[in-house]
Design a protein around this ligand. Sequence first.
Ligand code: C5P
Length: 235
Amino acid sequence: MSRSESRIIVALDFPAEEPALQLVEQLTPERCRLKVGKEMFTRLGPGFVRELSGRGFDVFLDLKFHDIPNTVAAACRAAADLGVWMINVHASGGPRMMEAAREVLAQQPERPLLIGVTILTSLAQADLEAIGYAGSPQDNVLRLARLAEAAGLDGVVCSPQETQALRAAVQPGFRLVTPGVRPLWAATGDQKRVATPADALRNGADYLVIGRPVTAAADPLEKLDLIQQELAAVP
Ligand code: C5P
């Protein structure tokens, strides 16, 4: 169902509809896809997502579902009904939850890609121990990614630090979606462990989630073109 060839997913993180649409008006579906997260979806609802799809954009609805299998499957069906391109669920919801999501989407005529969230990058080793997870963050990421793959998901979200190890651990078609991407010309902001677009691609990322380097730019299309050129130069 994808209409775009672009690997770039622009994260629309705005407190209101107006500045988000002002940015969207400067973008084109050929050059990028769009990510709508919990803040914008909770404020603006499904109508906002339909507005973006209606303008021809592929939308990644980043709501990270995590609940009992029946509820997650129903939520995934509702997301598919919105015509979005990609959705995600927490892999720690377990195999039955992920399988229920996959099965319900398989019945859709045009199903969105189903992506797993492994370990949130905000969780350090001590946080994992506090919630009872043994092993390093990377061990847990790899375990949960394999679980997601075995459940038939299409890929996982991962940090640029995890991309290379994951690429070696999963099948080639398993999509890796990577935030924390910063071109050399952009401010890192609150992102600590970043990679350039070219490095993220070299390490095996399929899609790059990029927010502020594009959304905060005076000329967002110019920045998108710069990133696209950087990606195109990767052999
Ligand atoms: O502006 P920036 O490029 O940092 O935006 C990155 C986007 O990716 C934000 O929507 C952020 O919530 C999301 N994200 C992230 N790091 C993760 C997971 C998601 O930055 N580990």
